[in-house]
Design a protein around this ligand. Sequence first.
Ligand code: ZN
Ligand code: ZN
Length: 373
Amino acid sequence: MNTKAAVLYESGLKRPYEKSHPLHIESVELSDPGPGEVLLQIKAVGLCHSDLSTINGNRPRPTPMVLGHEAVGIIVDCGPSVSTVQKGDTVSVVFVPSCGSCVPCSEGRPALCEPGAAANGKGTLLSGDIRIKGASGPVHHHLGVSGFAEYAVLSERSVVKIRDDIDYSIAALFGCAVLTGVGAVVNAASVQPGTTVGIVGMGGIGLNALLGAKAAGATNVVALDTNPEKLKVAASLGATDCFSADDPDVAAQIKSKYGGLQTVIEAAGIPAAFELAYTITSRGGLTVSAGLSHPEKKISMQHVSLVAEERTIKGSYLGSCIPRRDIPRFIEMYRNGLLPVDRTLSGTLALDDINQGFENLAAGSVMRQVIVF
Ligand SMILES: [Zn+2]
Ligand SMILES: [Zn+2]
């Protein structure tokens, strides 16, 4: 069948994106779903910083590619031997497919699935196949999803069935921003009630980490960002203290006020953000890095403090989540008012306006924008 999709042909085009049009809206051909694959009608898909990182070249991926990895949709067709979902199911997508049988999958760490990571790196589905064809040949899949399209073919191991009574524009957020941000706090950091949590970077992941920290019972949640507008949003979502990450004295101010923060989440994906997060972590504390930076970037930190202060540094991918367990769990927390993720939504837009949407994201003027179909 044919479907309308947003195709990236070349990374690194100059801004503003509403002029350079890095994403081409065009008709592409989708093959029928193969064994273990499903055809999904996309209902809503979020614009994430990881998509932007592929557009601006920070996160290199094979092109051409249909981006989009934070989506919700309805299964309209199943290939042979699909066993975990059926036609008519509402599903959240997961941007790392999990094979279920490699060593990390067997250890309950599907975010680290080895065949999943290999397929994502090559821009194929978990099967190794490409099911999208454009005018000039095969078009790669983004993280096994390619949700900037009216329809997509995915592995059944890239979807999780969810309840069907959540507004699509909200439901989409659970596939990436909520999973990554809340998961970093509750899974990777295991934040305890009554503790103090710092978050560096108040984009989609950082705001969800903030909501997760509040839900987990953190007494103080300290927000840091270079953008004063984002700090205002953080304060409105419950941050108890806000600091400009640009201020050269910021670490000293936090140390004098709190003596260091027990848990600090880095959610900006740049080395300076990690270094600041590490610096403001307390003696014996935990620094969790959840932002993805360019593969050539290195971090610098004081070595002796790691040992003499018994610090812990931890990476967290996909919120260290088990999506089949955590997506439904986080949706129930939203329904009970514990995770007001709807408040991170800036607005909705049409697929045709996607380049303007990414310009808004690059300019830092929005929180989460979601394309609805
Ligand atoms: Zn994302
Ligand atoms: Zn696996």
